[in-house]
Write a protein that binds this ligand. Structure first.
Ligand code: H2P
Length: 842
C-alpha cells in the first residue's frame, strides 16, 4: 500500500540522486511536457515557472481521480459530514504537499530531473494561496489535511478571495502593502463547478403573506448575487481519501446590462458585476477600520448562505424534506464568530423556505452548529450594529430578535431564584442584543453570544484559553450550560510542518525509529527520547539543523545582501505583528544585548554567544502601532547590522512578506523561537508547535499552548519567564505604581533620544509602554522585562553547552506528539461532531 511506499520514499530522500529509481518517470515526463504543449502552447526551453505549471496540471489529474473516487464512495455510504465554515483558509502552496500526500513524489521528482529540473526549485515557482491572516486560517488548513488523512467525511467552506492577504514590502524600513494577485496565472488546484451556484440576497423588505393557505414570511432582497462554487481537492496522507474545500466566488446574476450599454451608459452596464465581484474581492485584514466592516458582514453572510443552501440541497436530494434527520447527516463548525450568521440563516431556510415550525427548526439548528472561540482580543469578538444588520439582512435581524426574546424569556425562568434586580441584570448582561458600552444610543448584536446560544458545543483552543473562556469571557453562559463548554487544544499537520518541510530531519527520525509511521502517529516520536543524549545521534541531528540554517542564511543573503555567521544561534519570532504578541519586547532585549556587546572588550565579545535574530510578520493595514513596531525592528537592524564592532555577534533582520512558504524555510532552521505574549492573551499559538516539532527550543511566557508544550517537553527544557495569567488583572490595576527596571528606563531614553533615528515616529511606541500616568503598558512589557532578560541569559548559557542544547532540541521533537492536528481532529470528531471515518477502497 501507500504507507509502505512512503517508508521507502522518505528513506530515498537521503540517498544520492543517482541511486534514486526513475523507472516510472517516463510516462510522467511525457505528461508534463504534453501539458505544457497543449495547455500553454510551449515547446521546450521551459523556465522553472513553466515546469511548475506543467507539473501541477499533471498532478491535478491524479488528485481529481482520487477526489472523484472518494466522493463516489461517500455518496454511496451517505455518512454524516462535518462542514468547517471559515472566513479564512491559509493553504500556502499545494504542489509539494500534494505529491507527497499522494505518494507520487518519487515519480515526479525523477521526471523533473530527467527534464533537467529540481522539484524544490520548481515548487518554489508556485504562489501561496494566502486566504487568511495568520494562525486562525492556517489552523483551518491543517484541519483539512487531518480530516482527509483520518478519512473523515468533511469539507471546508469559505470564500475564494480574488486578492488574499496583502503582500508586504519594505520601503525605507516601513511596511508597504501591495495586492496579492494570486490567480492571474490560473489555479491548477481548483475545479470550477459550473453547475453549482446559489443566489444570495441582501437588503430589501420582509412581508407576511399567505402561501398555499399558510402564513409565511417572505423576504424580498433588494440586491442579489450568485455564489459560484470552486472545489479545491484536499489529499489525505497514506490514504485514498481526497476531501474538499469548497470556496465561493461572487458573480453577478446578469452577465451584462446590454440595455444600459446600448443606451450609452457604460458605467451602469458594468455596475452589477462590480458590486457582486466586490464581495469576494479581498480578504479582510484583522484589526481594520470600521468603514470596511459592512463589506465584511456581507462576505460572512455570502459564504454562509451559499454553504448552507449547498448542504441542504444535497440532503434534500437523498432525504427529501425530512429535516429532523439533518443533524444525523451534517454538522457545522463555526470557526470564530465570522460565520455566526449561520444561526439565523439556518433558521430562515428551515422556517421561511422549508416551512418548518419555529421550535422544530430551532432544535435542528442548535443540534447542527458548534462554535470555536479563538481569541480573547475584543476586536475579534464581533458585534454588529443592529442598524447595519437590519439594513443588510432585515429578515435575519428579525430572526435574531425572536431568538433573543426566547432566550431572555428562558433565562428569566431559569434564573427565577435570583432576586428580581439581580435577575434583570444577569439577563441584560447575557442578552444577544445589547447597547454599545461606549455609546448607549447604539444597539449591537453580539455574535459570540448568538453563537453560544445557537450551538451544541463551544470550545477554546488550548487548555488555559478554554478556562479563560469559561471563567471570564463567557462565564455567565458557562454557569448556565457547563457541559456545552469544551477544550480542543490546537494542532498542526506533521506532514507539511515536519515531514515535507524538513525531509532531512524526517529521514533521520525515520532511521532512528525504524519506520516512518510517526508521520501519522506522532506519539511514536516519543521514541526519540532514547536518543536524546546519544552523541552520535546528536551529531546527525546537529548536521541537519546546520544544513537548514545554511538555507535560511542563503535567504537572508538574497533579501538583505548580508552574509551571516552560520554558527550563531538562530533566534526567530514570526507571527502577525500585534502589541499582545510583544515583538516590541523582543526588540528591546536585542537593543540591550547590543549595548552590552558595545561595552565589552574584543576578548570578552569573543566569549559571547553570537546571535542572528529574525523577525517577520504583517501589520494589519490600519494598525498603526504595529507598523511602528516593524519600523523599530528595521531601524534597530540598520544600526546593529552595520556596526563593525558587534556585527559578528549580533544581527537583526526583518524578513518581509511572512507567509506559509517562508515559514516552511524558517522553521526548520530555527534554534530558538519566541512566544512571548502577555500571559492570558495568546489563545493557543500554533507556530510554537511547528517549531517544537522541528527541534527548536522555546523562550516563552506561561500562555496558550506554550504551557502544554512545556508539559510534554519537560518544563526544565523550556525558557519560561514572566507573570502568570492569574496575576494580570491585579497588575493592570497596580501598574501606575510599578517601578520599572533601570535597564528599561535606559532603553526608553535611547529610543526617545533618537539612537535609532525617527524619534517622533517612535514616540507613541515609547508612550504606549512607558507613560504609566496615562495608564498604558496594557500588555505589561515593563513587568516582564527583567524576567525576560534573565531567561535570555539562560539561553546563552545553555547554548554554550552544545550537547545539552542538542539534547533539549531532540526532546522537543520527541515531545511534540500531542500537537499533531490529527489528535485535535480526532477529539473534535469524537466529542463534538460525532463523525466517523469512511475510507474508500484504494
Ligand atoms: C488566532 C489566535 C491564536 C490561535 C489561532 C488558532 C486568532 O490566531 O490568536 O492564539 O492559535 O487563532 O486557534 P492568530 O493570532 O495567529 O491570527
Amino acid at each position: 500500500g501507500r504507507s509502505a511506499l512512503r517508508v521507502q520514499a522518505v528513506a530515498e530522500a537521503e540517498r544520492p540522486t543517482a541511486a534514486k529509481s526513475s523507472a516510472s518517470a517516463e510516462p510522467v515526463t511525457h505528461d508534463i511536457t504534453s501539458k505544457l504543449k497543449y495547455l500553454f502552447g510551449r515547446n521546450g526551453d521551459y523556465t522553472n515557472a513553466d515546469a511548475y505549471q506543467g507539473t501541477a496540471w499533471s498532478v491535478r489529474e491524479k488528485l481529481i481521480d482520487s477526489f472523484n473516487k472518494t466522493h463516489e464512495h461517500w455518496k454511496k455510504e451517505d455518512p454524516k459530514f462535518i462542514y468547517y465554515l471559515s472566513a479564512e483558509f491559509l493553504m500556502g502552496r499545494s504542489l509539494t504537499n500534494t505529491v507527497y500526500n499522494l505518494g507520487i513524489e518519487g515519480e515526479y521528482g525523477a521526471a523533473l530531473r530527467d527534464l533537467g529540473y529540481q522539484m524544490e526549485k520548481v515548487a518554489d515557482a508556485e504562489r501561496d494561496a494566502a486566504l487568511g491572516n495568520g494562525g486562525l486560517g492556517r489552523l483551518a488548513a491543517c484541519f483539512l489535511d487531518s480530516m482527509a488523512t483520518l478519512d473523515l467525511p468533511g469539507w471546508g467552506y469559505g470564500i475564494r478571495y480574488k486578492y488574499g492577504m496583502f503582500k508586504q514590502g519594505l520601503k525605507n524600513g516601513y511596511q508597504v502593502e501591495m495586492p496579492d494577485i494570486w490567480l492571474t496565472k490560473g489555479n491548477p488546484w481548483e475545479v470550477k463547478r459550473d453547475d453549482i451556484k446559489f443566489e444570495v440576497g441582501f437588503g430589501g423588505r420582509v412581508e407576511r403573506k399567505k402561501v398555499n393557505g399558510k402564513e409565511m414570511t417572505v423576504w424580498t432582497p433588494s440586491e442579489k448575487v450568485v455564489a459560484q462554487a470552486y472545489d479545491n481537492p484536499i489529499p489525505g496522507y497514506a490514504t485514498p481519501t481526497t476531501s474538499n474545500l469548497r470556496l465561493w466566488d461572487a458573480v453577478p446574476i446578469h452577465e451584462f446590462d446590454l440595455g444600459a450599454f446600448n443606451a450609452g451608459d457604460y458605467d451602469r452596464a458594468m455596475l452589477e458585476r462590480e458590486r457582486a465581484e466586490g464581495i469576494s474581492a479581498v480578504l479582510y485584514p484583522n484589526d481594520s477600520t470600521p468603514e470596511g466592516k459592512e463589506l465584511r458582514l456581507k462576505q460572512q453572510y455570502f459564504f454562509v448562505c451559499a454553504s448552507l443552501q449547498d448542504v441542504m440541497s444535497r440532503f434534500r436530494a437523498v432525504h427529501g424534506s425530512n429535516w429532523e434527520a439533518l443533524p444525523e447527516k451534517a454538522c457545522f463548525q463555526l470557526n470564530d464568530t465570522h460565520p455566526t450568521i449561520a444561526v439565523a440563516e439556518l433558521m430562515r431556510l428551515l422556517v421561511d423556505v422549508e416551512g418548518l415550525e419555529w421550535d422544530a427548526a430551532w432544535t435542528i439548528t442548535t443540534k447542527c452548529l458548534n462554535y470555536t472561540n479563538h481569541t480573547v482580543m475584543p476586536e475579534a469578538l464581533e458585534k454588529w450594529p443592529v442598524k447595519v444588520m437590519a439594513k443588510m439582512l432585515p429578515r435575519h435581524m428579525e430572526i435574531i430578535e425572536v431568538i433573543n426574546e426566547g432566550w431572555t424569556k428562558w433565562l428569566g425562568v431559569h434564573l427565577k431564584d435570583l432576586k428580581s434586580e439581580e435577575r434583570a441584570q444577569k439577563i441584560a448582561a447575557m442578552s444577544i442584543i445589547h447597547a454599545n458600552p461606549w455609546n448607549a444610543d447604539e444597539m449591537l448584536v453580539n455574535m459570540a453570544y448568538l453563537a453560544v446560544v445557537g450551538s451544541s458545543a463551544v470550545n477554546g483552543v488550548a487548555a488555559i484559553h478554554s478556562n479563560i473562556v469559561k471563567d471570564e469571557i463567557l462565564n455567565d453562559f458557562y454557569q448556565i450550560f457547563p457541559s456545552k463548554f469544551q477544550n480542543k487544544t490546537n494542532g498542526v499537520t506533521p506532514r507539511r510542518w515536519l515531514a515535507w518541510c524538513n525531509p532531512e530531519l524526517a529521514a533521520l527520525i525515520t532511521e532512528a525509529l525504524g519506520s516512518s509511521e510517526w508521520i501519522n502517529d506522532t506519539e511514536k516520536l516519543a521514541g526519540l527520547r532514547a536518543f536524546a543524549s546519544d552523541p552520535a545521534f546528536q551529531a546527525k541531528w546537529s548536521a541537519v539543523k546546520k544544513a537548514k540554517k545554511a538555507k535560511l542564511a542563503e535567504l537572508i543573503k538574497k533579501i538583505h545582501g548580508d552574509d551571516v555567521n552560520q554558527n550563531a544561534l538562530f533566534d526567530i519570532q514570526i507571527k502577525r505583528i500585534h502589541e499582545y504578541k510583544r515583538q516590541y519586547l523582543n526588540v528591546l532585549s536585542i537593543i540591550w544585548r547590543y549595548k552590552q556587546l558595545k561595552k565589552m572588550t574584543p576578548e570578552q565579545r569573543k566569549a559571547a554567544v553570537p546571535r542572528v535574530c529574525v523577525i517577520g510578520g504583517k501589520a494589519a493595514s490600519a494598525y498603526d502601532m504595529a507598523k511602528r513596531i516593524i519600523r523599530l525592528v528595521t531601524a534597530v537592524g540598520d544600526v546593529i547590522n552595520k556596526d563593525p564592532e558587534t556585527k559578528d555577534y549580533l544581527r537583526l533582520y526583518f524578513l518581509p512578506d511572512y507567509n506559509v512558504s517562508l515559514a516552511e524555510t524558517i522553521i526548520p532552521a530555527a534554534e530558538l523561537s519566541q512566544h512571548i505574549s502577555t500571559a492570558g492573551t495568546e489563545a493557543s499559538g500554533t507556530s510554537n508547535m511547528k517549531f517544537q516539532m522541528n527541534g527548536c527550543l522555546i523562550i516563552g511566557t506561561w500562555d496558550g499552548a506554550n504551557i502544554e508544550i512545556a508539559e510534554e517537553t519537560g518544563v526544565e527544557n523550556v525558557f519560561v519567564f514572566g507573570v502568570r495569567a492569574e496575576e494580570i488583572n491585579q497588575l493592570r490595576k497596580d501598574r501606575k505604581n510599578f517601578k520599572t527596571d533601570p535597564r528599561w528606563d535606559e532603553l526608553m531614553k535611547d529610543i526617545e533620544g533618537g539612537m535609532f533615528g525617527d524619534k517622533d515616529y517612535f514616540k507613541p511606541l515609547v508612550d504606549s509602554v512607558n507613560n504609566m500616568k496615562v495608564g498604558n503598558d496594557w500588555f505589561l512589557l515593563a513587568n516582564d522585562f527583567a524576567g525576560y532578560l534573565a531567561a535570555q541569559e539562560e539561553v546563552d548559557a545553555t547554548y554554550k553547552d552544545q550537547s545539552e542544547w542538542l539534547r533539549r532540541s531532540i526532546m522537543y521533537t520527541a515531545g511534540s506528539g500531542k500537537f499533531s492536528s490529527d489528535r485535535t481532529i480526532r477529539e473534535y470528531a469524537e466529542d463534538i461532531w460525532h463523525v466517523k471515518p469512511a475510507r474508500p477502497s484504494a
